[in-house]
Design a protein around this ligand. Structure first.
Ligand SMILES: *Cc1c(COP(=O)(O)O)cnc(C)c1O
Length: 338
């Protein structure tokens, strides 16, 4: 249907490559969200991955598929993909060099260094970091692992869709945080292969929604990169995008945008009602539901809680109603329930 070479069997192969390391996170109900929504609201807890985010699935899938003679791997990353690649490379005893932009929070940089990888900070956009990563491939013989535009990476992320539908075959709608679209492309491919009638909705922040803008433009476009509470959703999709763009364009039922205020509210709901710590990028599904932006589903809805790798001092301020400044973003503090 999409004219791209991703099929269910790729995702089943990826499931074998990640087995026992990056799989089987729990799918749990949110009693609070279920009450507010009026339908079963389930959360796939990718925060419980050993690196605190789902990106380990794609990274494991890609690194484990490499031939033995590869000298090492590199990537550019807002943080979580870098962590995943570092962890997977470390498991395989391979060198990893991670390139990132100055927008990336210090906590994420420290997390990656702790996994034994080299970190290079280049420029102020994901695109600049991407060019450095490509240069390392040419000059140092490393293999680049794209955070989203790679068949093995997308297949790895797609295993989330297999697990969600295995646990709850009655799911009718999946809410997927959307940035470069590897996660949404993989999940949509898996879910629709198993259950063609299911709807899959990509959700992202208003500030810098590259995939949403590209789908509406009919081709990959660049959008200005802005600071956001959902920092893991920042970055472009690449003007040369080969895989995640066409798959998202063809398989997503819709893309929905949420504001910074809606993301903050959802983070507070997650913390005060569900009692869990999750990144802004992780709770855009709840944000869309709580803002009344979702179509009415025919039954249970599942969302992916994609990661927990926050800057903790900032998170503490956000949860206690204090004002926060992240780059050019000024967030007015708001006390939960006030
Ligand atoms: C990477 C990431 C996403 C988005 O995934 P894409 O494949 O780029 O669309 C969402 N949430 C978190 C926490 C991430 O790290």
């Amino acid at each position: 249907m999409t004219g791209v070479p991703l099929e269910l069997h790729h995702i089943l192969d990826a499931q074998n490559r990640i087995r026992g390391v990056a799989d089987n996170t729990p799918l749990i109900p949110s009693p609070y969200m279920t009450t507010v929504a009026g339908y079963d609201f389930l959360m796939k807890m990718e925060t419980m991955q050993p690196v605190g985010a789902f990106k380990l699935r794609g990274a494991m899938s890609a690194v484990m598929a490499l031939p033995d003679e590869v000298r090492g791997v590199t990537c550019c990353s807002t943080g979580n993909h870098g962590r995943g690649v570092s962890f997977a490379a470390n498991l395989r005893g391979m060198k990893a060099v991670i390139c990132m932009s100055e927008l990336v929070p210090q906590a994420k940089i420290d997390g990656i260094k702790a996994l034994g990888a080299d970190v290079r900070i280049i420029g102020t956009s994901q695109d600049e970091a991407m060019r450095e990563s490509q240069r390392l491939c040419a000059t140092e013989g490393l293999v680049e692992i794209s955070p989203f535009d790679d068949l093995h990476v997308i297949s790895g992320q797609g295993t989330i869709g297999l697990e969600m539908l295995a646990a709850r075959p009655d799911l009718q709608m999946l809410l997927v945080p959307l940035s470069g679209g590897g996660l949404a492309a993989g999940i949509a491919t898996a879910a629709k292969a198993i259950k063609p009638g299911i709807s899959v909705i990509g959700i992202t922040m208003e500030r810098g929604a590259a995939m949403h803008a590209s789908i509406h433009a009919g081709e990959p476009v660049e959008v200005p990169e802005c600071a956001s509470l959902a920092d893991s959703l920042g970055g472009g999709i690449g003007l040369q995008n080969r895989l995640s763009y066409p798959i998202c364009r063809d398989l997503l039922d819709d893309t929905i945008l949420v504001t910074e205020e809606e993301i903050l509210h959802a983070m507070q709901v997650m913390f005060y009602e569900d009692r869990m710590v999750a990144e802004g990028a992780s709770v855009v599904g709840q944000a869309a539901m709580l803002a009344g932006k979702l179509p009415k589903p025919r039954g249970p809805v599942g969302t992916v809680i994609t990661g927990r790798n926050l800057d903790m001092p900032t998170f503490t301020k956000l949860m206690t109603g204090q004002d926060v400044r992240i780059g050019d973003l000024e967030m007015k503090g708001r006390l939960y329930g006030a």
